[in-house]
Design a protein around this ligand. Structure first.
Ligand SMILES: N[C@@H](CCC[C@H](N)C(=O)O)C(=O)O
Length: 285
């Protein structure tokens, strides 16, 4: 199986071009676990397939490191857009990407040669705060109080096509991402689990951010999580619509604006790490 390892701000996935490669659907969770394993596989936060869509320009299918399928991935969308453009699967700079969480609109910003792309903007659609849409077990909207790691946390549930719980803290460096993040991911309040973001507003346009991702644990960055965090900051009166927020993630910066028209724009990098061949007939992990 030919693959390309790419990252957006250090959130890395093994990308397989299913315009070219044929993979069995039922094998995908196991394959994701295998390639993500840093000792026995390639090492990544998961697996992403880039392929044809019946109704959009290209399709992205995302699997977390534990083999669970995800509905959306912001960093994956930027890498998918770069790949689709550079490989000629699209011949325009603005195009649509089908995900399980809905259609996203990508704009690539090619370099002077017009051949390569390292910066991509994605229209991520509108955030949803209705707990039923996240989903949260109870009905409602607004903050949710949950117990984890021996204390109580105020979370703002947000859907960006996938589920998030955003927590405002005084200092992200001190936040117990590995303990509280892991417990909250699988809290019974989230029937499908959730990505848990710990964020601190330095100013209304600058945010610090750390994440525990559903199915992958601590990662260097989460694009949908950063969008959810900016949406939560606006909803909480800590920022404003139409203001570009610089989100400092462990892997680098994202630039995010919740437009008054409703949708969130996210701009950030997309980089190739390496390409290679992977032997798929390996012992199960
Ligand atoms: N890293 C991603 C999100 C990947 C999926 C997530 N773990 C989930 O299960 O919803 C991003 O950049 O958004």
């Amino acid at each position: 199986m030919k693959f390309t390892k790419m990252h957006g701000l250090g959130n890395s996935y093994i990308y397989v071009d299913v315009f070219e490669e044929t993979l069995e659907e039922h094998e995908l969770p196991r394959l994701a676990r295998q390639v993500a394993d840093k000792n026995k596989g390639i090492g990544s936060d998961g697996l992403i397939l880039i392929g044809p869509s019946t109704h959009e320009d290209v399709k992205m299918q995302v699997f977390n490191a534990d083999g669970s399928e995800a509905k959306n991935c912001g960093n994956g969308l930027r890498c998918t857009a770069k790949y689709a453009y550079e490989h000629g699967y699209v011949n325009k700079e603005r195009f649509t990407i089908e995900t399980l969480g809905g259609t996203m609109k990508a704009t690539v910003h090619p370099d002077n040669t017009g051949q390569t792309v390292s910066l991509v903007t994605v229209d991520m659609g509108a955030p949803e705060f209705d707990w039923g849409r996240v989903p949260v077990k109870e009905q409602g909207e607004g903050e949710l109080s949950l117990e984890a790691a021996g204390r109580s946390w105020q979370l703002m549930p947000v859907s960006m096509g996938n589920p998030h719980g955003v927590i405002f803290v005084d200092d992200t460096e001190q936040a117990p991402v590995e303990t509280a993040g892991a417990e909250l991911e699988t809290h019974e309040a989230f029937p499908e689990g959730a990505n848990i973001e710990f964020v601190h507003m330095r100013r209304s346009d600058v945010m610090d951010f750390r994440v525990w991702e559903r199915g992958s644990g601590v990662t260097q960055a989460c694009g949908t999580g950063a969008c959810a965090a900016v949406a939560a900051a606006v909803a909480a009166g800590k920022s404003e619509k139409d203001k570009e927020v610089t989100v400092h993630l462990p892997g680098g910066d994202l630039y995010i604006t919740w437009q008054s028209s409703g949708n969130i724009l996210m701009t950030g990098n997309a980089e190739v790490i390496c390409t290679g061949d992977y032997e798929t007939r390996r012992a199960s992990i």
